[in-house]
Design a protein around this ligand. Structure first.
Ligand SMILES: [Fe+2]
Ligand SMILES: [Fe+2]
Length: 370
């Protein structure tokens, strides 16, 4: 992580120096060499270094860099002004490539050239009617998704029953599921309803997973690995509840304050369980820890740093989680209808949810109803 932070800050300096002086200036050359040396170290242990810009959040190798307090404002602005949402550095990147690429970021009106080891792209962040061009989701696609959702549900059921996680199998199943989503997927037809408390545990997890992938996909994200990771994070968000007593979780009457205290620990338990599982993306433990922290920083658990912001993927999962909880019937409440759910969530939007994400979600769900 330190090397990635070093790379981002050196890259920011190199780009700023280009803008301040000229592309030939000695400081640009120095920063480029430093960037290359850090990049080579990072790429020695991974297949790529990927920088994504989503809703003004800088995501580097799937981790949000707002959270760790790195000053990335200038880099974000430069990338945005250039019209880029994704930059990926691949092993083998050379000094010449970097030395050409860095000044190109400063040139706003020029199309960025192709590089063998630096891939760039736009993430197609669509917030209005652009999805209409995609055509209607066909029956084959829905059949495929229904099948893949059933597989994911079985995997979560196995986790709940046997308290063991096959990370490889689960990741492959999620990758297959994520691959079936399009901007026009009829998400409501894919959501399951639980007939019992036990069923609720794994149907809710699967629904939250599908709803999270759906949101990311409708925001224009098409990167398969990213969609897989948000799907896994959605699926595992409540895994910490496995540590809460059955009596408390199944209680039909109102919970006492002590019982609530126990329930409120499930994000901490979840993050602990997931961070101990080799091969899982770190995003899963981040989301498990943060899914009950609100957009305004309230909620639970109390963030250790007051400056800590909820990761954008936690915001996506929080919307999916609340939506599915409201629409589901439980022993102590009826399931709400769509027309009742959105006014409730909107009432809370500024406080509890990222308003941009909620607006996109509501819009997309309404499109599937139309
Ligand atoms: Fe939860
Ligand atoms: Fe949940």
């Amino acid at each position: 992580m330190d090397a990635v932070i070093g790379f981002l800050s050196t890259l920011t300096s190199a780009i700023s120096n280009c803008a301040l002086y000229s592309r030939e200036h000695v400081s640009v050359d120095e920063c480029t060499r430093k960037c290359l040396s850090i990049l080579e170290k990072v790429l020695a242990d991974s297949t790529s270094l990927e920088i994504m810009l989503i809703d003004d959040d800088l995501i580097v190798n799937k981790a949000s860099f707002k959270e760790i307090g790195l000053q990335t404002t200038n880099l974000r602005k430069r990338i945005k002004r250039k019209g880029l949402s994704r930059i990926e550095f691949l092993p083998g990147v050379t000094y010449d490539e970097l030395r050409t690429f860095i000044p190109e970021i400063v040139e706003v009106d020029r199309k960025i050239p192709d590089f063998p080891h630096i891939k760039t792209g736009v993430l197609e962040i669509r917030t209005e009617d652009a999805a209409g061009a995609e055509g209607v989701a066909d029956e084959d696609a829905m059949g495929y998704l229904t099948e893949k959702i059933a597989e994911v549900k079985e995997i979560y059921k196995d986790i709940v029953r046997n308290k063991r996680v096959n990370v490889g199998g689960m990741s492959r199943a999620m990758e297959n599921l994520a691959a079936g989503f399009s901007m026009r997927t009829n998400i409501l037809d894919l959501l399951g309803y639980a007939a019992s408390r036990e069923e609720y545990t794994y149907i809710h997890a699967t629904n939250v997973s599908a709803l999270s992938i759906f949101q990311m996909r409708t925001l224009g994200v098409s990167d398969k690995m990213f969609l897989r990771d948000i799907g896994l994070a959605g699926l595992l968000h409540d895994i910490g509840k496995l540590k809460i007593s059955r009596e408390v979780l199944g209680k039909k009457a109102a919970l006492s304050e002590k019982e609530w205290e126990e329930v409120r620990l499930h994000p901490v338990y979840g993050a602990r369980i997931l961070s101990s599982l080799a091969g899982l993306p770190p995003l899963c433990s981040i989301v498990a820890y943060q899914h009950h922290i609100q957009f305004d920083g309230k909620g639970y658990p109390k963030p250790e740093l007051s400056s800590m912001r909820q990761h954008i993927c936690s915001q996506v999962v929080a919307i999916a989680d609340c939506f599915d909880a409201l629409r589901s019937a439980r022993p102590y409440k009826r399931g709400l209808e769509m027309k009742e759910i959105f006014p409730l969530m909107q009432k809370d939007s500024v406080r509890a949810f990222n308003p941009f994400l909620l607006k996109n979600f509501m819009y997309r769900v309404h499109k599937t109803l139309a």
